[in-house]
Design a binder for this molecule. Structure first.
Ligand SMILES: [Zn+2]
Length: 245
């Protein structure tokens, strides 16, 4: 099973997933008072190469596109420095003043918020906390911690978030991997440990069966949905359930 993406590249951006694991990580407790010692979380280590001309504008534009995909991003409580907050991204400064945000840090912080949104949407959790740790030495990866007890959900949130961000920054179309994939992932999660079938899911979501089947295949490729093979299945429907572990 493919666990996590390794490297995502666009024309102006490259993101390397250096490590990704789910565990208790007690060292994260001091970084966000909302972290609970009993909750497992994803630790994601990312290296990013991104150097937009006007970082504040690039972040603002990206945030706007992400809010279109996932409107609940607007309701997050963000305790980061004002110029990095998702509710009010920093305005560009004049040329003499230079950049007001460090682009890669601002982007990782946005990744954290999108991942929180995806985990909360899929699992129905009312509170999902996270934190972005910036390394003192910028050649080292960023550490992100995000509450997420289920490894399959952690994989999905990582894949979908990085895919969205690289595709949007590249000006490409998400082509069927937008909000409908998020809704399908929630449908699959809610039915765990039972399988859903592609035809029934399409009917319930009011989508055409082929697009739902493609989305389910995407979820399978990313290690979130595992295909179930029935010995007696004459309907032509494909069955998937939430992957375990
Ligand atoms: Zn924040």
């Amino acid at each position: 099973m493919k666990l996590f993406p390794k490297r995502l590249e666009g024309r102006e951006i490259a993101i390397d997933v250096r490590a990704a694991n789910v565990g208790k990580y007690p060292e994260a407790l001091g970084l966000n008072p909302r972290f609970h010692p009993d909750v497992s979380r994803l630790k994601l280590q990312l290296s990013i190469e991104w150097d937009p001309e006007v970082p504040e504008e690039a972040i603002r534009r990206l945030l706007g596109s992400l809010i279109n995909l996932s409107p609940s991003l607007k309701n997050h409580s963000c305790r980061g420095p004002k110029e990095y907050q998702v509710q009010q991204p920093a305005a560009p400064l004049s040329e003499d003043e230079g950049a007001s945000v460090e682009p890669e840090l601002a982007l990782v912080h946005l990744i954290e918020h999108v991942m929180i949104d995806v985990v909360a949407f899929v699992t129905g959790s009312r509170t999902v906390s996270g934190v972005t740790g910036a390394p003192e030495d910028l050649s080292r990866p960023f550490d992100l911690f995000i509450d997420c007890p289920d490894p399959a959900v952690a994989r999905f949130a990582t894949h979908l978030t990085l895919h969205w961000i690289v595709t949007l920054l590249d000006g490409q179309s998400l082509d069927g991997t937008g909000p409908s994939t998020l809704h399908l992932a929630r449908h699959l999660y809610r039915h765990r440990p039972h399988a859903i079938n592609s035809f029934a899911a399409a009917k319930k979501m009011g989508k055409d069966p082929d697009s739902v089947k493609r989305a389910l295949d995407w979820l399978e490729e990313k290690g979130f949905g595992c295909r179930v093979n029935h010995h007696m299945n004459f309907s032509g429907a494909s069955y998937y359930r939430l992957c375990q572990g």
